[in-house]
Write a protein that binds this ligand. Structure first.
Ligand code: SAH
Ligand code: SF4
Length: 375
């Protein structure tokens, strides 16, 4: 924790709140009340914490901040998927998406029996995967734990689902293991039973495989489900599609997955973006089976969401089926991601926001050249 003045109540763990209250000369038990107001009830203004004395509320308001992203725009897809464009306190923008488990009418996500929040962990992303719009933006900055947690508060409150069971996937903008400390802090805050009490089993962290961070994750007491963005079965091809592979190769990544501690019945999800005539052949499928043969794995196929500037095509449904069948016949559990919210460009890998930095003509040109160079 820094000095009390830099403490953001939204990104504080309970013990930090307790320390802050002691500094104010207030009993530490108020920390629990504050923690509940913020994380369980989604309150964004300390003045509304009505079971605290007026003096304490005033002291909190003057000494600390409680940042909550502002909603700039919401877009509701015909299947109920809602995309939120959010503005952070420095004006940067991110996106977060709420996806109902089953398509519902455009009016009420509360009808859905389960919803998933897809959250961002960075403004942009440094990893530069060749098929990903967020990757094309480049990295602007990491999100703070307060901003990651804040997305849950905003989505939960806007949709009225904070009191329901929901799941979280860290599959919005950014690479969570490239922002390790703030991401893990956010997960600890969300998991704390004295607040929201979100079981880590309902959280999935998706990563391209930043190996040192993955090794560190393997030692965490609080462990989310793991999804690995594999996308390729050879080092050469993965070097091109997922540039971090040049540093942390496929073989090392799979070795780390073999060592990753899993409880009984747990499996690692391997995500595989399908690109027409690039990685969608029966040979690719057979290689994938071999690579995963001694790992507790399931595979999630993601037929490419096409977009301008992405120099790849989506394979036909028949090619996706053929690929899936080869995996299934050889005993792998496989699912094909139905692209949700496509009419509002809310599907994974389609999250991109224009910040002043990305919108400069020079940077646009660099991005365009980069895209052309990869095609
Ligand atoms: N950075 C992390 C998490 C965010 S991306 C990661 O890469 O794992 C979430 C998922 O969306 C990843 O599996 C990513 O490969 C996938 N994705 C990115 N661009 C896509 C696209 N154009 N079509 C389909 N899936 C895409
Ligand atoms: Fe970053 Fe994930 Fe996109 Fe790759 S796929 S550029 S890691 S957000």
């Amino acid at each position: 924790m820094g000095t009390p003045a830099d403490l953001d109540l939204s990104g504080a763990e309970l013990h930090e709140l307790e320390a802050a209250l002691r500094d104010l000369g207030s009993p530490a038990f108020h920390a629990r009340q504050i923690f509940q107001w913020i994380h369980k009830r989604g309150v964004t203004d300390v003045r509304l914490m009505t079971d605290l004395s007026r003096e304490l509320r005033e002291a909190l308001a003057t000494r600390f901040v409680l940042t909550t992203p502002d909603v700039v725009k919401t877009e509701r897809s015909s299947d109920g998927t809602t995309k939120f464009l959010l503005r952070l306190s420095d004006g940067k923008q991110i996106e977060a998406v709420c996806i109902p488990e089953h398509p519902v009418g455009p009016t009420d996500v509360r009808d859905a029996d389960r919803v998933t929040f897809c959250l961002s962990t960075q403004v942009g992303c440094a990893m530069g995967c060749a098929f990903c719009l967020t990757g094309k933006m480049g990295i602007d900055r990491n999100l703070t734990a307060a901003e990651i947690v804040g997305q849950v508060r905003v989505l939960g409150r806007e949709l009225g689902v904070l009191d329901q069971r929901f799941t979280i996937v860290l599959m919005g903008m950014g690479e969570p293991l490239h922002n390790y400390d703030e991401t893990m802090k956010a997960l600890r805050i969300l998991a704390d039973e004295r607040g929201l009490g979100m079981s880590p089993r309902r959280v999935t962290l998706s990563t391209v495989g930043v190996l040192p961070a993955l090794e560190r994750l393997a030692t965490e007491p609080l462990m989310p489900n793991l999804a690995i963005s594999l996308h390729s079965t050879t080092e050469e091809q993965r070097d091109l599609l997922v540039p971090i592979n040049r540093k942390y190769g496929l073989k090392e990544l799979l070795d780390a997955c073999r060592r990753f501690p899993l409880k009984r019945r747990e499996r690692i999800t391997f995500e595989y973006v399908m690109l027409k005539n690039v990685n969608d052949t029966p040979d690719d499928a057979r290689r994938l089976v071999r690579l995963l043969s001694d790992i507790k794995a399931k595979v999630n196929l993601l037929p490419l969401n096409e977009a301008a500037g992405i120099p790849f095509e989506r394979p036909s449904d028949a090619a996706v089926d053929r690929f899936a069948r080869i995996l299934a016949e050889r005993g792998l559990t496989v699912s094909v991601r139905k692209s949700r919210g496509r009419d509002i460009r809310a599907a994974c890998g389609q999250l991109i926001t224009e910040t002043p930095r990305t919108a400069t003509p020079g940077r646009r040109l660099a991005l365009a050249m980069d895209a052309a160079g990869r095609s």
